[in-house]
Design a protein around this ligand. Structure first.
Ligand code: NAD
Ligand code: LMR
Length: 330
């Protein structure tokens, strides 16, 4: 039997976690031969709800679930931890933009960044899901100066999967036949889902769909999908699809994108190194590959057309504005 691996999840009594924790415990993240310890963080008033989640996890009798630790202290949750899902944050309601959440959520990530800096494994992988995810990732990373910036990423995988699904539906194929979609920029309505390099069953996507569909259907549908789900769920935001994306992004980060059978690269918000002219330091969604040993690289040298360039700059500009709004926490 392998040595158990510690995985921390914040917001563990919330909606996303109600799907995420059970899938992690079943072995979907690290494999069906890897025992795990779940370290679950919640705010004090939610600890009773968390007790019920723990009862249900235990009642599943998962063979890989070695131990569950619950706490309202970040430094307990993150102690020596290898993998962290920062989910715990307020969700938006109808009519709100994700960046409106900065006022209530930004402080959470500065506190948790400091705690990670103090106690997490030096090789920790931290995936930020709580909104606005990219700027929360920036806040977390800035408050953890002793950890390498490559320890942090924000979730773009849900947008990436939404884009795959839209193109697959349009072309009448299964999602596994769509490759090399890119989501550039912010997890917000300014994100740019890009089909320029995508293929469908090996054929160039741009030969299968026209520019009008891309600009007036595909791009806005993906950009506004989160809001549409909130509308249809009477105010609740996506949960199961978000959990699925979180597992997908972290798993690709752990095992590498070559083992990922649905695409040659994935979209992931990581700290910009200046690629494609995007300002260094912003957490911006790029196409990335991850080697089997875990080395993450932004895919370089892709041709960027005039339409794409403008869209990429619009979403970059929004990230700069969000960064400036939280300058006191960086
Ligand atoms: P939820 O309200 O159901 O659960 C959030 C949980 O976080 C609550 O139980 C709350 O008590 C807890 N929490 C709040 N502050 C905390 C803190 N400081 N430490 C630990 N826990 C804390 O919300 P949800 O639907 O699970 O969504 C969580 C976040 O994820 C929201 O910000 C939402 O907008 C975001 N989200 C992001 C994506 C994405 O693609 N990036 C997708 C879906 C949702
Ligand atoms: C999503 O994209 O579904 C999440 O970010 C939740 C939201 O607020 O839209």
């Amino acid at each position: 039997m392998k040595t158990p691996v510690d995985i921390a999840v914040t917001g563990a009594a919330g909606q996303i976690s109600y799907s995420l924790l059970f899938r992690i415990a079943a072995g979907e993240l690290l494999g069906r031969d890897q025992p795990i310890v779940l370290r679950l963080l919640e705010v004090t008033p939610a600890l009773h709800r968390l007790r019920a989640v723990v009862m249900e996890l235990n009642d599943c009798a998962y063979p890989l679930l070695h131990k569950i630790i619950t706490t309202d202290q970040s430094e307990v949750a993150f102690k020596d931890v290898d993998y962290v899902f920062l989910v715990g944050a307020k969700p938006r309601g109808p009519g709100m933009k994700r960046k409106d959440l900065l006022a209530s959520n930004a402080e959470i990530f500065s506190e948790q960044g400091k705690a990670l800096n103090a106690v997490a494994s030096r090789h920790v992988k931290v995936l930020i899901t709580g909104n606005p995810a990219n700027t929360n990732a920036l806040i977390t990373q800035c408050n953890a100066p002793d950890l390498d910036p490559s320890c942090f990423s924000a979730m773009s995988m849900l947008d990436h999967n939404r884009a795959i699904n839209q193109l697959a539906e349009k072309c009448g194929v299964r999602s596994m036949h769509v490759k090399n979609i890119i989501v550039w920029g912010n997890h917000s309505e300014t994100q740019y889902p890009d089909l320029t390099h995508a293929t469908v069953k090996g054929e160039d996507a741009l030969t299968l769909v026209d520019a009008d569909w891309i600009e007036n259907q595909f791009v806005p549908t993906v950009q506004h999908r989160g809001g549409k789900v909130i509308e249809e769920r009477n105010g609740l935001s996506s949960a199961a699809s978000a959990a699925s994306a979180a597992i997908g992004q972290m798993r690709s980060w752990v095992v590498g994108t070559a083992k990922n059978d649905w695409s040659d690269w994935i979209s992931m918000a990581v700290m910009s190194d200046g690629s494609y002219g995007i300002e260094k330091g912003l957490f911006y969604s790029f196409p990335v590959t991850v080697s089997p040993s875990g080395e993450l690289e932004i895919v370089k040298g892709l041709d960027i057309g005039a339409f794409s360039k403008v869209c990429m700059q619009v979403t970059e500009q929004e990230l700069k504005e969000e960064r400036d709004a939280v300058a006191h926490l960086l």
